[in-house]
Design a protein. Sequence first.
Length: 409
Amino acid sequence: MNENTAPRALRAVITIIGRRNAGKSSLINALTGQEVSIVSPRPGTTTDAIAKAYELLPLGPVTFYDTAGLDDEGDLGKLRIGATRKILFKTDLAVITVSEQGLGEKEKEMIAEMQRTDIPFVMAFNKCDLKPISPQDRTYCTEKGLPYVEISAATGQGTDDLKAEMIRLMPAEFKEDPLLAGDLIGAGSTVLLVVPIDLSAPKGRLILPQVQILREILDRNAVAIVTKENELKETLAGLKKAPSLVITDSQVVMKAAADVPPEIKLTTFSALFARYKGNIGTFLRGAEKIDTLKDHDRILIAEACSHHIQCDDIGRIKIPAWLKQYTGLNLEFDFCSGSDFPENLEQYALVVHCGACMLNRTEMIRRIKECERRKIAITNYGIVISKTRGLLERIAEPLTAQIRSSAAL
């Protein structure tokens, strides 16, 4: 898997920020060794965020973002700054680029914002070939414990040092291989995957969670069996030994639960992604809010990808219908997709998020934190489906049992 084939959601996001004409575009060109961004002495050349996939070894695939200056001016400048802040929302590591003018109030505001939002960052004092870092700025960074590197994007000086700092400061999940289902799978065991093929299934391929779990099963030297929900009962009957785990698509969880004997562990792709991309405990607590909803409460359905809405759309059609049926209430629903996530979360009683296979973990965690900060319950598609079908306790048991086991060690 190289920098161009790794799914976007599996790449760490490194965002280059700073004032206009601090050398952000030159820096991203120097880091990647390619002319990714237009370089000009005129401030404000970069208007929209520019993404570049790159292999930052030994870390792996990353996406660099070149952004508009955070000191942009005018009505258009405000829109550009807004676009930069959207990128920051999903950033795993920021590089605050400082020009030869040194640290000013704007850079100190950026530092404060990164610290407030818990975004790891490194200071890149650019253009050191023209003017080295001042003793005052060096002292400021040292006293504040701020990581910094002196670089020259023009000559390449210090770029290797900057890459080393990026790797050192990157969140732990990008330095480790995060587990999706691997900790539930023993070597030599059999895992049965229930994969329905319906109108929403991508033609000729499986969805990302299914592909990732298949790979983890193989990595654990286990056996994977894939079946559709209509063949599940026959598949189970044909096995000489019962599977150690059954993982089903949430949309057919009721049929799977009816066909899979209670002594066999059962969970869903969506529940596994809830802990892989977010926080399974938070999502399970969020599901409890469903039992205390009131008439005309507003619910946000958040999707990580944009797609054509079909008659059996899971987020737009099925989940609202199941929630209304379960609660018996007249609930109101809003929808957002892609990178859009509303700022006015206070108007919602509950946020129901998709499995986030198209978001990186950082962006999903930030969405969870935004909801928690505003005391808004948040949960996950698959958790809601299992809750409204009366199966939440069963599908959560393999995951919560693992949490309890880990806590006891």
